[in-house]
Write a protein that binds this ligand. Structure first.
Ligand SMILES: CC(C)(COP(=O)(O)OP(=O)(O)OC[C@H]1O[C@@H](n2cnc3c(N)ncnc32)[C@H](O)[C@@H]1OP(=O)(O)O)[C@@H](O)C(=O)NCCC(=O)NCCS
Length: 178
């Protein structure tokens, strides 16, 4: 298995249409259905990165600001931003398109984390990500802070060990030690 993989190797684009069974009583896409599509597109992306079985470990907060109407075409695009030991962060963007009206808007973005596991469900090591474009580099760098935040919230990391996270709030070690 390669030690490093490019971001574009994990890119996935998925297109769906909002059908009556996918909607709430206002004829808009159900949030749970959208989250299901997000989970699927990001799981495929994570698999493409590591060529392994993956499980969803977490989904960062998703807010629903734009309703997506019945009949809209939904495009979901995903790629891995950064890989750690066995886990990887996937960035997902969502667009809703009203084809007859010729309108397409970006409605959602989210980060999901997947863990590569063996046949017994035990986490296994995965290749690193090699970011190339300025956007890929920005997402790669931010991934460390987002990882620390989600691990602190999941009580899997002691807040005092979240060094990158503390630095964005201006709580560097030196200041704390004074
Ligand atoms: C995710 C899972 C494999 C982690 O297993 P574990 O025995 O806790 O393993 P570890 O503590 O060694 O953690 C493994 C990796 O998962 C990451 N991880 C664990 N919980 C996490 C969380 N809530 N958010 C983000 N990452 C998480 C760890 O940071 C670690 O990453 P690293 O190897 O890159 O450093 C395990 O909890 C699991 O199988 N969960 C159920 C997954 C599932 O069924 N998903 C479907 C949706 S319900």
């Amino acid at each position: 298995m390669p030690k490093k993989k490019l971001v574009k190797e994990s890119e996935v684009i998925m297109t769906e249409m909002v059908l009556p069974n996918d909607t709430n009583t206002l004829n808009n896409l159900m949030g749970g259905k959208l989250m299901h599509w997000m989970d699927v597109v990001s799981a495929i992306s994570a698999q493409r990165h590591c060529n392994r079985i993956v499980v969803t470990a977490s989904a960062d907060n998703i807010s629903f600001q734009h309703p997506i109407a019945l009949g809209n075409v939904v495009t979901l695009k995903a790629h891995v931003t950064r890989a750690f030991n066995s886990s990887m962060e996937v960035f997902i963007e969502v667009w809703a398109e009203d084809i007859p009206a010729n309108k397409k808007i970006k409605t959602h973005r989210a980060f999901f984390t997947f863990v590569a596991v063996d046949q017994n469900g035990k986490p296994i090591e995965i290749p690193e990500v090699e970011p190339q474009t300025p956007e890929e580099i920005e997402l790669y760098e931010g991934a460390l802070r987002r990882r620390q935040l989600r691990l602190v919230l999941a009580k899997r990391m002691d807040p005092k060990d979240a060094v990158e996270l503390k630095s964005i709030f201006g709580f560097e070690e030196e200041k704390n030690n004074k």
